[in-house]
Design a protein around this ligand. Structure first.
Ligand code: DAH
Length: 385
C-alpha cells in the first residue's frame, strides 16, 4: 500500500485503518491538527492520522467501541500506554511528546464521539416500523345501550307489522294531556310535574301524544310504534331521571281486541325477557285507555320465586322485593274519548296501546342499579354493552 506520508509510524494500529474515510467531515480542522502534530512530534502525527481514519471508518457501534478501546482505553489503550511512558523520556522530549499525546487524546476522543452519534442517527432512521409488533386496534364506537334496546324493540315490532312514527319532544299541552283524556285538573299537568316551555307548550312527559298526532294525520287501520325521549320534573335519584326513554305502540282497526293486545304483549315479553317468562295483566287506571292495565313479568332475577339462594340460605329477592313480579309496561284499549278527539268513530274502530320505558329494560337486563349512568355518557360505562 502506498504510504500517505514519509513519516515513520510506530506501527501500533492496523494498516487497514488507513482505508478509513477522512475524519474531516466528522470533526473539521484535521489538516491544521496534523500540521501541528508534525511540528511537535512527526511519528505521533502519523499514528494520529491512522487512528483517526480507523475511528471514522468504524462500521458499527461494536467496531467503534473496539477501536476506541484499543486507542483510548483507560488501561490498555495505546495512547494511554504511551502517556504512561512519557515520564521515562529525556526532559525536552518529555515535554513535546506529552503535549502531542494529550492533543491526540483529545482530538481522537472528539472523532470517536462524532462517529458514535453518526452511527446512532443512522440506526434510528433505518429502524422503520417494527413489523413484529401487534397492530393497533382502531377504537370502534358502538350504539348506546339504550339505542341497542330501542332498535331491538323496533325490530321486534317491525316483524309484527308496526312502522315507526317519530313525534316531537316539545309538545302542546293539548296533545300531551288534553286529547289523551286527562281531566283539566289532572295532577300531571301541574307545573311541578312537567317542564313548561311557554304557556300551553311542554316537554312531552310520555310518548303517547304521538298516537294523537298519527291518528289525526292518518286514517285507520294503523300499526305504529313511537320511540323517543320524554321529560318529567322529577326529583333525580338512582331510579328517577328527569329525562328518559319510552316506546309506545298503537294498533287501531276495525276489530282490534284485548285478546290481540295480550297476544302482542306476550310476544314482546318472551322476546325481551326470555321464552320462559310468565306474564300477568293487572287492571290500572290511565286516562287514555279503558280498560287500562299494567303488565307484569315474572322476576328475571329470582325467576318469580321472590327469593334467591345465597351461600346456601334464602334471601328476599331485592329486584322484585319478594313479590316475584316486575311491572314492565302500561297498556289498554284506546279510550273512546281519545278516538273521538282525533275524529275516529269508536263504533267503527277500536284499538289497543301500550307504553314502556327503555331504561327499565336495560337496567333489568344488565343489572344496572343507577338510572343516571345512561345519560352521563361515560365510555367506561357505555363500553360494557
Ligand atoms: N304513557 C304512559 C306513561 O308514560 C304509559 C302508558 C300507559 C302508555 C298505557 C300506553 C298505555 O300506551 O296504553 O306513564
Amino acid at each position: 500500500m502506498k504510504k500517505r506520508d514519509s513519516h515513520p509510524r510506530s506501527g501500533v494500529f492496523p494498516e487497514a485503518w488507513d482505508r478509513g474515510p477522512d475524519p474531516e467531515t466528522l470533526v473539521p480542522g484535521q489538516a491544521a491538527k496534523l500540521a501541528e502534530l508534525r511540528e511537535i512530534a512527526p511519528p505521533r502525527a502519523a499514528d494520529y492520522e491512522r487512528a483517526s481514519r480507523g475511528l471514522a471508518g468504524a462500521a458499527d457501534p461494536a467496531e467503534l467501541l473496539e477501536r476506541h478501546s484499543m486507542i483510548l482505553g483507560r488501561e490498555r489503550g495505546q495512547v494511554t500506554l504511551a502517556l504512561g511512558e512519557v515520564g521515562k523520556l529525556p526532559i525536552e522530549e518529555r515535554k513535546r511528546t506529552g503535549r502531542a499525546l494529550n492533543l491526540i487524546k483529545r482530538w481522537l476522543a472528539e472523532i470517536s464521539e462524532a462517529r458514535r452519534s453518526q452511527l446512532e442517527a443512522a440506526a434510528d432512521s433505518r429502524s422503520g416500523p417494527d413489523v413484529t409488533l401487534p397492530g393497533r386496534r382502531p377504537w370502534v364506537g358502538r350504539p348506546h345501550v339504550l339505542a341497542q334496546i330501542q332498535s331491538e324493540l323496533l325490530d321486534l315490532f317491525h316483524g309484527l307489522g308496526y312502522s315507526v312514527y317519530e313525534s316531537r319532544e316539545s309538545e302542546l299541552d293539548e296533545y300531551n294531556f288534553g286529547k289523551l283524556n286527562f281531566a283539566p285538573d289532572h295532577p300531571a299537568r301541574d307545573a311541578h310535574d312537567t317542564y313548561f316551555l311557554s304557556p300551553g307548550v311542554v316537554m312531552r312527559t310520555h310518548t303517547s301524544p304521538g298516537w294523537v298526532r298519527a291518528m289525526e294525520e292518518r286514517r285507520p287501520p294503523l300499526r305504529l310504534v313511537f320511540p323517543g325521549r320524554v321529560y318529567r320534573a322529577e326529583q333525580v335519584d338512582a331510579s328517577h331521571m328527569d329525562q328518559f326513554h319510552q316506546i309506545d305502540g298503537l294498533n287501531v282497526g276495525p276489530d282490534v281486541s284485548m285478546a290481540d293486545l295480550k297476544g302482542t304483549l306476550n310476544t314482546f315479553a318472551r322476546s325481551i325477557y326470555g321464552e320462559r317468562v310468565r306474564t300477568r295483566l293487572i287492571p290500572i287506571y290511565f286516562p287514555f285507555v279503558e280498560p287500562g292495565c299494567q303488565m307484569d313479568v315474572s322476576c328475571v332475577i329470582c325467576d318469580g320465586r321472590g327469593a334467591v339462594t345465597e351461600n346456601g340460605s334464602e334471601r328476599r329477592c331485592s329486584v322484585c322485593r319478594g313479590s316475584g313480579w316486575l311491572e314492565v309496561l302500561g297498556a289498554g284499549m284506546v279510550h273512546p274519548n281519545v278516538l273521538r278527539a282525533v275524529g275516529y268513530d269508536p263504533e267503527q274502530v277500536t284499538g289497543f296501546a301500550f307504553g314502556m320505558g327503555l331504561e327499565r329494560i336495560a337496567m333489568l337486563r344488565h343489572g344496572v342499579p343507577e338510572i343516571r349512568l345512561f345519560l352521563e355518557n361515560d365510555v367506561r360505562f357505555l363500553g360494557q354493552f
